[in-house]
Design a protein around this ligand. Structure first.
Ligand code: NAP
Length: 441
């Protein structure tokens, strides 16, 4: 068989599952290079999954097995589009798979969204997870009220992280700068704001249930916000379970709730229409009451001002377009049919389907995109082979003086992070690229 060279751009779950699938499909006749703009691998496993969800992060061990095999290579600290162009990679590799995820926050699109202490979840989650791009975010946690917009699992992560005690972070890999600031935080009211009702939340039951087990925070849900209980039976099972958890929260007696100093309030049928500020910093959110009509939120025109010291919009993400690659603006993802952008160029994971699904959803995605590549190889869509692949890239990298981070280098960085860990923590992450590079030396 012809040797095939595949470049995967992005080393998160979608990237590694695609590499695994390529090994299975092509056996010894494939060489895979997995590029990442950061010197460290695993994408959202490292910088997205909540630091107190270590069991989820454990999936990276599976990716390590793939990474350590002979025909797969990690090419870290190389930014495609900056250090090397897609066109250059197309000249070197038979197939390029964009596994770049959706790293940009979806726009709130209301006035005041650019005020100080208003953040998107990519930035805020990146801050407490030590993403170098956001580690200097420096949110002001000295106020009392945080408004978290959105009713998905990211909103839950953010509300939970904002309300945990230092002791509850034991065993997590939350970065020190965030741990220190959260310890000194004054926030005691967190409003989770959903533009639709309890029957339209995107939160999954296990993650929602965690809000009921916090040391100093209690969920506040109003009984009057629910439709009649019989209607729960019409919901799909996962959502029905989440609604059951919400109903249990609503049944917590007021005096029990009041025992905990931090309130996590659920505000349903409430959409932000403007963010107010003073001296460039947020002071409140103008909230419009909505009605859910045929599943969609419709404004009623009735508004009220909710005071706010911190606003975090957890309303989803967008991929970042790459010049020359067709992009669906509205959906915020690459234009593709079943992962194929065009023969030789593919998208997988959030870059293919938009920001939804769990880590596991990326596995079938990775296997499916490799099926497209096999089809294209078989019908001649990838040319007759003979491209230079990794050898060609290495020549280019040397010519450009790129400081490429290999998987072996990453293991050194990882070792240094593990050595620096606080008591009981798995690691203390480097939060700056320069520190990561220094550690590999
Ligand atoms: P999500 O599940 O799509 O939730 C986004 C939320 O934002 C929805 O409630 C949505 O409301 C709301 N929203 C969107 N645009 C809005 C606007 N303009 N104004 C007000 N609200 C708006 O997204 P996510 O929370 O970012 O999660 C992304 C994916 O990662 C999901 O599949 C999630 O399950 C997964 N994830 C999983 C875990 C875990 O398993 N532990 C943790 C984190 C993330 P509408 O529904 O009305 O549009």
């Amino acid at each position: 068989m012809t040797m095939r060279h595949i470049a995967i751009i992005g080393s998160g779950p979608a990237g590694y599952y695609t590499a695994e699938a390529a090994q299975k499909a092509f056996g010894g006749d494939v060489r895979v290079d997995i590029f990442d703009c950061l010197p460290v691998p695993y994408g959202l496993i490292r910088t997205g999954v909540a630091p107190d969800h270590q069991s989820i992060k454990g999936v990276s061990r599976r990716y390590e097995t793939v990474a350590l095999s002979d025909n797969v290579r990690f090419v870290g600290n190389v930014s495609v589009g900056k250090d090397v162009s897609i066109e250059e990679l197309q000249g070197l590799y038979d197939a390029i798979v964009l596994a770049t995820g959706a790293p940009k926050d979806r726009d709130l699109g209301i006035s005041g969204a650019d005020l100080g202490n208003v953040f998107g979840s990519a930035a805020f989650v990146g801050w407490y997870n030590g993403h170098p791009q956001f580690s200097a975010l420096d949110p002001d946690l000295s106020g009392r009220t945080a408004v978290v917009i959105g009713m998905g699992n990211v909103a839950l992560d953010v509300a939970r992280i904002l309300s945990k005690t230092p002791a509850e972070f034991a065993g997590s890999d939350i970065v020190l700068h965030a741990l220190d600031m959260l310890e000194a935080s004054n926030i005691d009211r967190i409003v989770l704001m959903g533009r639709r009702g309890p029957h339209q939340i995107m939160m999954t039951p296990k993650e929602l249930g965690e809000l009921g087990k916090l040391e100093r925070a209690s969920p506040h849900v109003q009984r009057g916000d629910f439709p009649v209980e019989e209607e729960d039976a019409l919901l799909e099972p996962g959502l029905r379970k989440s609604v059951t958890v919400l109903r249990q929260f609503a049944a917590i007696p007021e005096d029990i709730r009041a025992e905990k100093p931090v309130a996590i309030e659920f505000a349903f049928c409430a959409q932000p229409v403007e963010i107010l500020g003073e001296n460039g910093k947020v002071t409140g959110v103008v909230v419009e009451e909505t009605e859910v009509v045929r599943g969609r939120a419709q404004g009623t025109g009735r508004t009220a001002v909710l005071p706010a010291d911190l606003v975090i919009a957890c309303i989803g993400y967008r991929s970042v377009p790459i010049p020359g690659v067709p992009f669906e603006e509205r959906e915020g993802r690459f234009a593709n049919l079943d992962g194929r952008i065009m023969p030789g160029l593919y998208a997988v994971g959030w870059a293919r389907r938009g920001p939804s699904g769990t880590i596991g959803t990326n596995r079938p995605d990775g296997y499916s995109v490799i099926e497209r590549i096999v089809e294209d190889a078989e019908c001649g869509g990838l040319g007759s082979g003979g491209k230079k692949g990794r050898q060609g890239f290495d020549e280019l990298a040397e010519k450009r003086g790129l400081d490429v981070v290999t998987f072996r280098d990453w293991k050194k960085i990882e070792e240094a992070e593990e050595k620096a860990a606080r008591d009981g923590a798995p690691r203390e992450k480097f939060v700056e690229v320069a520190a990561m590079i220094a550690a590999k030396r």
